[in-house]
Design a binder for this molecule. Structure first.
Ligand code: GUN
Length: 289
């Protein structure tokens, strides 16, 4: 039977460790870390994610500021607010929740964020720092995956790691971390990959970050592989109060029995994203102080 990687528990452990550090900071007479969140518009899922981030700040004792702008705000005005946050020494780190309205370029906005306050790890400078000896602030999702792998003491050195999905938020940075820190042999598959199965079947560690429920079936996975499922797609489910459930990219019921380790959805990679954001905020605070 597989070992189920419990992201909820690891995330709780990390939050307890951070909360203890915050208590110590207070006891020593220091201010506490401060995270600011910018959200634009009224996308329901984004507001749910942001609430999760705010609750996490409250749970560990961080200060937080929420700035909510109407979806009609101009790119220029939003950039002004970002520049103010860059200069505000009371704010250790901040994020701009994605997606943004169509008239605002995510790339323009991201590149305005000071890299030392970019606790999402989205800026080009932080992305590039993955391959340096001294990474600055690492992107939250891949950072969370590496933390799960570390805490479960899963060996990556010399292993075949196949990453399916090359997004800027997950697949691309993770492949670099697996290469750099993980010392793995890395294959990255993407939209244009021919014969996906021929690659996934060779994976000792298979990471799937596409957002297509049902993409990875049992016949595509090697016996004993470690499977990390980053997919979180809302699919209709009338048996749920919310009317939907979250689905990963892996057909869990058939794949799990042949794996050595697997992350469930929900409760695997998802909870780690917020834990990473808190870790990055603490790191930015320590640098700022
Ligand atoms: N939208 C979905 N995930 C994320 C995230 O990790 N950070 C931000 N800023 N927006 C998101």
């Amino acid at each position: 039977m597989p070992n189920i990687i419990d992201g909820r528990q690891i995330s709780k452990d990390i939050k307890s460790e951070i909360a203890a550090k915050v208590q110590q900071l207070k006891a020593d007479g220091h201010r506490v870390p401060h995270l600011a969140i910018i959200i634009v518009g009224d996308d329901g899922a984004s507001h749910t994610y942001v609430n999760g981030k705010i609750n996490a700040c409250k749970a560990v004792g961080f200060d937080f500021t929420l700035m909510h702008f109407a979806s009609t705000i101009s790119e220029q005005k939003l950039i002004k607010h970002i520049q103010q946050m860059n200069e505000d020494s009371d704010i250790d780190g901040f994020i701009v929740q994605i997606p943004l309205p169509e008239h605002i370029s995510v790339e323009h906005i991201t590149e305005q964020i000071a890299p030392e306050k970019d606790v999402d790890g989205f800026t080009n400078q932080n992305f590039g720092s993955i391959v340096s000896d001294n990474p600055l602030l690492l992107p939250a999702t891949p950072f969370g995956i590496m933390e799960l792998i570390r805490r479960y003491e899963i060996s990556t050195t010399g292993k075949n790691c196949v990453v399916v999905g090359a997004s800027r938020i997950a697949g691309a940075p993770l492949s670099l971390m697996m290469l750099q820190e993980g010392q793995a042999t890395v294959t990255v598959c993407h939209k244009a990959t021919v014969d996906l199965k021929s690659h996934t079947k060779e994976a000792d560690i298979l990471v799937v970050a596409v957002g297509k429920p049902g993409l990875i079936t049992k016949d595509m996975v090697k016996e004993g592989a470690v499977v990390i499922d980053v997919g979180t797609t809302r699919v209709e489910d009338s048996s749920k109060k919310s009317g939907f459930r979250l689905s990963g990219d892996v057909v869990y019921e058939e794949v799990a029995p042949i794996t050595s380790y697997i992350t469930p959805v929900p409760g695997g990679v998802g909870p780690m994203t917020i834990a990473s954001l808190l870790l990055n905020t603490l790191k930015a605070y320590e640098r700022n102080r």
